[in-house]
Write a protein that binds this ligand. Structure first.
Ligand SMILES: [Fe+2]
Length: 154
C-alpha cells in the first residue's frame, strides 16, 4: 500500500489530484482476486500512468525544466517495463493467480516509488525553488491551473 502524502505532489492541484488517483488505483490492485481482473486493472494503471506522465512532461516543458530529457526517458522506461512485466506475469502459467498478482503489484510499486523518490522529488524541488518562473511556453490547457496553483505554492 502506498500512502499518499501531500509532499509527493508538486503543489499544483490538477496534477496532484491525477497523481493521487493513480496511487489509489495502484493500491486498489491488491483487491483483485483473479489474474484476469488484475490484468485489467493493471492495464488501467498503465493507461493512467501514460496520461499522467504526459501532463507532467507538458508542465516541465512549460517551465523549461532543465532535467526534462532525463525525466522523460525515465517515464518511457517505466511505461515499457510495466507493459512487459504485466504481460509477462499474466502469461506465465508457472505462476498461480496469487503469485502473478503479487508480482504485478510489487513491480508497479517498485517502478513508481523508485521514480517518485528520484525524479519527481527533483521536479518538486525545482518547482518550489522557482525554476518555473522563466516560462517560454504555456500550453493553454494547463495555463490557468498552473499560473494560479504555482503562485500559491511558491
Ligand atoms: Fe515523473
Amino acid at each position: 500500500m502506498i500512502a499518499w502524502r501531500e509532499d509527493m505532489g508538486l503543489g499544483i492541484e490538477g496534477l496532484d489530484e491525477e497523481h493521487k488517483a493513480l496511487v489509489n488505483l495502484i493500491n486498489d490492485f491488491d483487491r483483485c482476486k483473479s489474474r484476469k481482473s488484475a490484468y485489467h486493472v493493471a492495464q488501467s494503471v498503465l493507461a493512467q500512468t501514460k496520461q499522467y506522465f504526459q501532463r507532467e512532461e507538458e508542465l516541465q516543458a512549460a517551465f523549461a525544466y532543465t532535467n526534462l530529457p532525463l525525466h522523460h526517458s525515465d517515464h518511457d522506461r517505466i511505461v515499457k517495463e510495466m507493459d512487459i512485466l504485466i504481460t509477462g506475469a499474466f502469461l506465465d502459467h508457472r505462476l498461480n493467480d496469487h503469485a502473478a498478482i503479487l508480482m504485478m503489484s510489487e513491480w508497479m510499486r517498485d517502478l513508481f516509488i523508485g521514480h517518485m523518490l528520484v525524479h519527481d522529488l527533483k521536479l518538486r524541488q525545482a518547482v518550489l525553488a522557482g525554476e518555473a518562473n522563466h516560462t517560454p511556453f504555456m500550453p493553454p490547457h494547463i495555463a490557468s491551473e498552473a499560473s494560479s496553483q504555482l503562485s500559491a505554492a511558491l
